[in-house]
Structure formats: C-alpha cells, structure tokens
Design a protein around this ligand. Structure first.
Ligand code: IMP
Length: 205
C-alpha cells in the first residue's frame, strides 16, 4: 500500500498476445518503458478473448479491453495482418487463420503464393497493418496504427521471423522481412510505428 510518502509505482502492463513470435517482438519495443511487464502465460485462468471483429481496430480493442477487465491491469494488445491487392485485401484480419485450422506459417505462405500464381507484379502489391490498443481497466482505450507497403515475392525467401515474413518484400528494399535481421526488421516494420506511438503514450500515463 502507498503511504503517501513516495511516488506511486506504476502498475504492471499486461502484454496480451498469445503468438510467441509477436510477444518477443513486442517485448523489444517495450524495453525502454519503466514498467514491469506481464504476459498471458502469467494468467493461465483467463479465457482467450475471441477475435470476432471485422477490422484490425475492432479486434485490438476487443482483446485489450477483454484482458484488461479480466486481469485488472492496463493492457496492450495488437491486431495485425497482411492485405494483398489481388486478393481483395485478404487475408487481412483473418491472416492468422488463412486456409483454415491446422496449417503452419509455412503452409499459409505456400497457399498465398499458390493463390497468386497467375497474378502479375502490379497486383502483388500488399501492405502489412498493425493496430495497437492500450486499455485501462476502467474501459478507456487508445488506438495506434502502423502500416508498411510492399509486395508479395515470387517464392519464400529467408529464415528469420514468423508468419508471412518469407513472402513480404517491403517497399524500398530488395529483401523479404524474413531475410532481415530481426532488429533491422523491428526498426522498419508496420509494428514499429504503432508501437512507438503506444510507448510514447504509455510514458505519459
Ligand atoms: P493476430 O494479430 O495475432 O490476429 O495475427 C496476425 C497474423 O498476421 C499473424 O499470425 C501472422 O500470420 C500475420 N502477421 C502479423 N504481423 C506479421 C509480421 O510482422 N510478420 C509476418 N506475419 C505477420
């Protein structure tokens, strides 16, 4: 309990992502924040919040508010995905579930490449989107969006990263995300802009 003689210690921040690849990356962005971090693995009894929204914003808010309410902690959640021009912006918010259950990241990349087999360069344009939501247990929520334009490569290239990293070449670069050192990708990615704004907000809170 605070006896009024010293500054209030900020409460821990819950980083609410169940994707181990993303947790690692989000952790890196939060390194400079003078806050203790908690993860969903610290709360095994909290049921998973379903991503029933149809936009990145809706899903990020659902997750941040749901886990903030269940944990009683300020909570950061993100929703992200890949939008491909030739596929009418699919897989979009369904990126993690593209092709149905039971597929690996590699299977999903292969499916995406097969679905683009007859597609010319212009329509291989794509963008990665990341929306970060920060929710207080009271329900107040702030949103931050980051985007990175690019195109879908002809084949999978590179071994780093996760998800669609092997098939996405960001604009102005000759390499896919998966060919970039993780620290380099972190500096230029769709998640970078959203997380920089979220961290700057959290530093003021
Ligand atoms: P969610 O945000 O956890 O719903 O899932 C987003 C999905 O989009 C991930 O499972 C990946 O398939 C994909 N994704 C999001 N960000 C990235 C990224 O930086 N690299 C590769 N794939 C990503």
């Amino acid at each position: 309990m605070n006896d009024g003689s010293g500054p209030l210690t900020p409460s821990p921040l819950l980083v609410a992502s169940g994707n181990p690849g993303k947790v690692k990356v989000l952790r890196g962005y939060l390194d400079g924040l003078p806050r203790e971090l908690r993860f969903l693995t610290d709360f095994p009894d909290i049921p998973e919040v379903a991503e029933t929204g149809t936009t990145f914003e809706e899903n990020a808010v659902l997750k941040a508010r749901g886990y903030a309410q269940a944990s009683g902690l300020q909570t950061l959640a993100d929703d992200s995905g890949l939008e491909v021009e030739a596929l009418g912006q699919a897989p979009g918010v369904y990126s993690a579930r593209y092709g149905g259950p039971g597929l690996s990241d590699r299977d999903r990349c292969e499916l995406l490449l097969r679905n683009l087999a007859d597609t010319g360069d212009a329509a291989r344009q794509a963008r990665f989107v990341c929306v970060v939501a920060v929710a207080l247990p009271t329900g107040e929520t702030e949103l931050f969006r980051g985007e990175r334009m690019g195109c879908i490569a002809e084949c999978m290239k590179g071994e780093y990263g996760f998800g669609y990293d092997p098939v996405f070449t960001p604009e102005g670069h000759a390499r896919t995300y998966a060919q970039m050192e993780p620290s380099y990708k972190s500096g230029i990615s769709h998640r970078q802009a959203a997380m920089a704004a979220a961290v700057s907000f959290l530093l003021r809170k």
